[in-house]
Design a binder for this molecule. Structure first.
Ligand code: PFF
Length: 445
């Protein structure tokens, strides 16, 4: 079996960089910012932080536990602890990775194009019209293919020689870029209005179901939870790794970068008088408002724009490789394919499915809502029940490598009671809301 020769990360930093790389991506920069604008600012941010800590963190630790404990990819890992009937959940994880990567890569393709244009020909003169042209249709499909090609190339290299090698460089680079741009944004006249918008809670809004559902979905998406990505990466860990500590580091880094992304996006947009462009934001708004802001900055805008889109590309790439790795590792372990074959066959199938999202923004939006608000939350719910109730002794597995760490003592109780209760509540509202949104998008409203 392929598992006998399972690869391991070269270093602890390698694993952390890859896992943070998975978590930090378009979700932190693009999705977080547009949802914060759409859902009314700081109240959304607060709820998102709450979900990250109370629900995301326990589920993260659950994924790491199953992954390291079994040393297997999702489908076999669940069967390892739960018997054959739990294979279906692993199958759902793999299908979700397949679905998410298909549209994630389309958005990543936009960022690749924007970065390339900023470097070679400069920013578009009319960002609104430009986005309309490049976001849908054949051009969008080509850049999606280019991005998929990059992702497939890295995953084909393997866990240490591909994923780890890229992540240990990409993550520090991303962090420097985001900090640098946020600092630059702070020097702009009028940045204060952006901070005020970002950091003042609109409490009337906070308690709407729609905001709650969006915050929960965003927490799962941003932490790469509910579809086995963290599980898969943890399956390459050595047994002495400290899982509670790693999960804290990953979740903190993920929230930290999302928060920093807000500190770069909102001051820039408000300082350049473009707040109207993002109020009631849609998923494309930032791709219009930010280039406008970069143009209004004059000469330096092109450089800042280039660095900004470069950060997005880097973040997207390290996330996309984790999405593809879920699917590829399942094929390598379960079907006994070679890694190369799995990358090519699965990568091409995902590329083809992405044609639908490249074709229409509405399809992309529908896929995103189905994946996040239903599949990731549903996957997280099933996983918390699995580790809370079905798995024999998850605490013993966590304790290995984590002696002296105490904060997770209540972890299994959280997984048994709190996480499922919260997720059932959220899903109860998210399924109808999502179905209604899908209906609206479908009708083009
Ligand atoms: N966490 C990634 C982001 O925030 O962009 C997206 C993602 C990656 C979701 C991997 C799920 C996943 F398994």
């Amino acid at each position: 079996m392929a598992t006998a020769a399972r690869e391991h990360w070269n270093s602890r930093f390698g694993f952390v960089a890859a896992a943070v790389g998975s978590a930090v991506g378009l979700g932190n920069m693009w999705r977080f910012s547009y949802l914060t604008a759409e859902k009314g600012g700081a109240a959304f941010v607060g709820l998102y932080l709450l979900f990250t800590a109370a629900v995301g963190l326990p589920v993260m630790l659950a994924e790491l536990t199953i992954g390291r404990g079994s040393g297997k990819s999702p489908i076999l890992a669940l069967a390892h602890y739960g018997g054959a009937r739990w294979k279906a959940l692993g199958g759902l994880f793999v299908a979700t990775g397949f679905l998410i990567l298909s549209y994630y890569s389309v958005i990543a393709g936009w960022t690749l194009r924007y970065a390339g244009e900023a470097l070679i020909i400069g920013l578009p003169a009319d960002p609104g019209a430009h986005f309309g042209e490049i976001s849908q249709g054949f051009g969008a499909f080509l850049f999606h293919l280019a991005f998929m090609g990059l992702t497939m190339g890295i995953v084909a290299g393997g866990v240490t020689k591909g994923i780890e090698r890229v992540s240990v460089v990409a993550m520090p680079l991303l962090f420097v870029l985001v900090c640098g741009i946020a600092l630059y944004a702070a020097t702009l006249d009028g940045a204060g209005a952006g901070y005020a918008y970002y950091l003042n809670a609109d409490l009337d809004n906070a308690f709407s179901m729609d905001v709650l559902v969006a915050a929960a979905g965003q927490a799962f998406f941003s932490l790469s939870l509910g579809m086995g990505a963290m599980l898969t990466f943890a399956s390459y860990l050595q047994r002495d790794s400290n899982l509670p500590n790693e999960s804290l580091i990953i979740a903190s880094a993920d929230f930290g970068v999302a928060f920093l992304a807000g500190l770069m996006v909102f001051p820039i947009i408000f300082a350049l008088g473009l707040s109207a462009d993002i109020s009631g934001s849609t998923l494309g708004a930032l791709f219009v408002a930010l280039p406008k802001a970069f143009i209004n900055m004059g000469g330096i805008g092109r450089l800042i724009g280039l660095l900004f889109f470069l950060a997005l590309v880097v973040g997207a790439l390290t996330s996309a490789i984790s999405l593809l790795e879920v699917v590829v590792s399942a094929a390598v372990d379960g079907l006994e394919w070679t890694r190369e074959k799995a990358v090519i066959v699965m990568g091409l199938m995902i590329s083809m499915l992405g044609a639908a999202s490249a074709w229409s923004l509405n399809i992309l939006d529908v896929m995103d809502q189905i994946a996040n608000n239903i599949f990731l939350l549903g996957g997280g719910l099933a996983l918390s029940i699995f580790v809370g109730w079905v798995m024999d002794d998850p605490l013993a597995e966590v304790a290995e490598g984590a002696s002296g760490v105490r904060w997770f003592f209540a972890w299994r109780q959280l997984l048994r009671w709190v996480v499922p209760a919260v997720l059932v509540f959220v899903l109860y509202h998210s399924v109808p809301t999502t179905v209604a949104n899908i209906g609206m998008l479908w009708r083009g409203e």
